[in-house]
Design a protein around this ligand. Sequence first.
Ligand code: PHE
Length: 360
Amino acid sequence: MIEVIELQVSLLEEVAAADSLDALEAVRVSAFGKKGRITEQMKSLSQLDGDLRKESGQALNLVKDAVLEAITARQADLNAAELEARLTHEIIDVTLPPRPRPDGRLHPVSQVTEECIAIFGEMGFTVAEGPDIEDDFHNFTALNIPPEHPARQMHDTFYLKGQDGGALSVLRTHTSPVQIRTMETSKPPIRVIAPGRTYRSDSDATHTPMFHQIEALVIDETTHMGHLKGCIIDFCRAFFDISDLPVRFRPSYFPFTEPSMEVDIGCSREGGELRIGNFGEGADNWLEIMGSGMVHPKVLEHGGIDSARYQGFAFGMGIDRIAMLKYGIPDLRTFFDADIRWIKHYGFVPLAVPSMVRGL
Ligand code: PHE
């Protein structure tokens, strides 16, 4: 009997001393496990006889109940303490913003590129790419600008030493070589836009040696000038978000299109300030924003496309330039100064991805 009482005392002490759920479990196993102290006592009852067995059995059952009850109570205490600790440690201040406000800004060139992709994407165009370092063939010859062609002088080209003493490479002077690369790798119908960096040796308030263009190319069996006009008018009005923006097509010349047209949009220059919009069709109310035309048959052939069967249009414009016009940025050179104050002022909040549905 004494033994049994001592067992109860020591088990209850151990239960009280258990300072974690793991420690408590260890005590439980040491009492009720296969070789536990109470389990062993229960087993040894069989060796006693008669009344002694009965008495001892009853006493042991009392000990067992007391210890189990103590364990359950201790378990509840420990659980409560753990919850309490988590509540004080994992405290959440619901008045804080969900995450730190992002300090970075998207460059207007990135923003406007995304806007163009959103608009042309809606029209069914996909994005194509080509290398910044081009060969003479893709930048010039394939675009119907042969070596002695005067149009080569129009582009103030940066030349690079050719590899292994080979022909000179160029930094592409426009995105039009992507037209050729797309024709070489895909079959009509083709409907792509190609945004990217372009390079010319030129620098003033509206020219930088590196700038950006976006090219569009559509080729199939039936596309005609009407489609070209519709596509460009729709783009201009969506991009500048002016539904009655005047758009004018003026005859021009590019070696790689025939016929060729420059595209003007409506503007006002009143008070020395340039504003895009519908200000009437006065002679001074036009601003040139892109070159366009029907793809020259020779260009199709250079791209490996049968010009007797296929036709289409192309156009190209300066991304930086339309960014300046849309967002009122006066000097192109500031685009590439990497000035944190400039990007804070003219930059765009990231994650607000432009879309035709949610806004550009
Ligand atoms: N590549 C021409 C330029 O840089 C623009 C253009 C593209 C014109 C496609 C016609 C067709 O000025």
